[in-house]
Design a protein around this ligand. Structure first.
Ligand SMILES: CC(C)(COP(=O)(O)OP(=O)(O)OC[C@H]1O[C@@H](n2cnc3c(N)ncnc32)[C@H](O)[C@@H]1OP(=O)(O)O)[C@@H](O)C(=O)NCCC(=O)NCCS
Length: 153
């Protein structure tokens, strides 16, 4: 399993994985939303802000981040490849690309939402803590934050 930056030529394999997991991501319900997401992924790839876990041309994991906003924007691992530390390795690959003096934030599901059980456990295990309650795409959501000092340890 290789953890690396994804490039435009990876887009088909990348989107195959998005297709597999789209039911847990609010905002990807329609064909049009998927088209817009694909265009957005290509912009992240151009900015060297898309990380993948790739094996034999297949994507086992995908991660988008924003250096400017100090945000983890999208993270998913293929259900057949979970609990093999693939998400953790992608996140570790992201960290040196971020400003070490800034907190890193993300938005995920709220406590009690079964879709968010794995994600919340994952972020807690990596040292993220719960932040503000908010909404995303009209769905209840919560910010998680990795404090700058915790990220360095
Ligand atoms: C959340 C997700 C990315 C985790 O990917 P993963 O590769 O399975 O995670 P890792 O193997 O790196 O997990 C690292 C640690 O996180 C914790 N963890 C991960 N999944 C967990 C789960 N289902 N239950 C409890 N703890 C979990 C564990 O502490 C794990 O370490 P361990 O296996 O040694 O106990 C994956 O479950 C996923 O894609 N879920 C659907 C999409 C999603 O929720 N994305 C995030 C939206 S914000």
């Amino acid at each position: 399993m290789e953890i690396r930056l994804a490039k435009a030529q990876d887009i088909e394999a990348w989107m195959s994985l998005v297709e597999k997991v789209r039911d847990v991501f609010p905002g990807l319900e329609t064909a049009r939303a998927m088209e817009e997401h694909r265009a957005e992924v290509l912009r992240f790839m151009e900015k060297a802000s898309a990380i993948c876990a790739a094996e034999a041309g297949c994507m086992a994991g995908i991660l988008l981040f924003s250096r400017e906003r100090s945000e983890l924007c999208f993270l998913a691992v293929d259900p057949d490849f979970r609990r093999r530390h693939i998400a953790r390795k992608m996140l570790e690959h992201m960290l040196p690309n971020m400003d070490a003096d800034r907190d890193i934030s993300l938005i995920t599901y709220r406590e009690g939402d079964p879709k968010g059980q794995a994600a919340r456990a994952f972020y807690r295990s990596l040292g993220f803590s719960e932040g503000r309650l908010l909404e995303e795409f009209g769905c209840p959501a919560q910010e998680f934050v990795l404090k700058a000092a915790a990220g360095k340890s």
